[in-house]
Design a binder for this molecule. Sequence first.
Ligand SMILES: Cc1ncc(COP(=O)(O)O)c(C=O)c1O
Length: 427
Amino acid sequence: MHKKIENHIPDWEKKGLEHIWLPYTQMKDASSPLPVQSTQGVTITLEDGRTLIDGIASWWSACHGYQHPHIIEQMHRQIDQLPHIMFAGFAHQPAYTLAQRLVEITPKGLDRVFFSDSGSTAVEVALKMAVQYWYNQDEKQKNKFICFHNSYHGDTMGCMSVADPDGMHSIFSRYMPKQYHMDLPNDEYSFDEFELLLDSIKNLVAGLIIEPLVQAAGGMKFHSPDILAEIHRLCKERNILFIVDEIATGFGRTGEMFACDEAAISPDIMCLGKSLTGGTISLAATLASKDIFDGFLSDTLEHAFMHGPTFMANPIACAAANASLDLFEDRSILTKISDIEIQLTKELAQCTALKNVADVRVKGAIGVVELEEITWKEIFAMRQKFLEHGVYLRPFGNVIYVMPSYTITKEELSRLTRSIFEVLSHG
Ligand SMILES: Cc1ncc(COP(=O)(O)O)c(C=O)c1O
């Protein structure tokens, strides 16, 4: 059933493969995933002894590289003391400290932290918060969302409903709640149109959700801080809650600690995940302003936020996140990201001249080479070629991208950019 790409197949892989259902995979003719033995820094060691430089940091989460000693040590300490306790009825230091620290580092005005267990859940929580905020104010008709083409917010129901309607979730369109999908405005004319649209639906929408500065899984598309700030301003003027999904962009990825910082805006609600724990363990957070939080205060339970995942605020995950924040206290990480940006810009520029390259762009620690046209078959073949070069890159759609750990060395980053150039030049 599965095409093997290597001779060395461990026993657990052979047996388990008959029962595993893999993500984003046509199981009928899927090639086997690479059996991994261990990770260290930016290196993945496979069971057959090969090593790969990871160019995408485990779906953009392992921002400090794998096995960072400080994070691992803090997680071990937490496992020995209190690996888990439910979060209703009990309090623990890692979560309370983390909440306070997140409020300190995120844009001013975000005041309360609701923990959950994955990025998708953080977005679901944000959407539910926004709808119930208006419900509690007896504005029940404000229950839809404005969202953008090319966006991606996760794979659960609410998240799918606010993603690109033509994307991979489109087969569920009959099942999903209807939202207002729009093009991201980018010039005077489209902003005029956007404003008119906002005026026509402002009484029906709870909020607008956006991936600030970079629409990631929807094609690594960038927009400017000015555009972000203007959309924010227009929403504020019309009482439309402004929700930012910083699950991909947060924690330095776009060059500032948060993408919102570059546009100098404070959202009403912010979603965090991925790099929150330095990519070690699943944890997500939805931050809300005081105004949103106050909208749930009343003498009736009906107005309370009735949401509580079993593993929310897991102490090991919170300890990992606190350790990751310790590392971010060394602001030289932002300088390192700026160095990565400079190097990516310089080294990927040579791809511009190649046949079939439509665009090369870089933002913070994100480097993108967009192709004119490519089939899925060619994309899969390209992924194999990268393995032969000793790097792990996972192009999707017509986009090849690099989103490495910030701890990557200059030489390792050059191996990634050189591989992209060589694979595109020679196949
Ligand atoms: C912007 C954004 N939001 C939400 C998610 C979903 O996060 P998770 O996969 O942790 O559910 C992702 C995942 O790629 C993302 O990029």
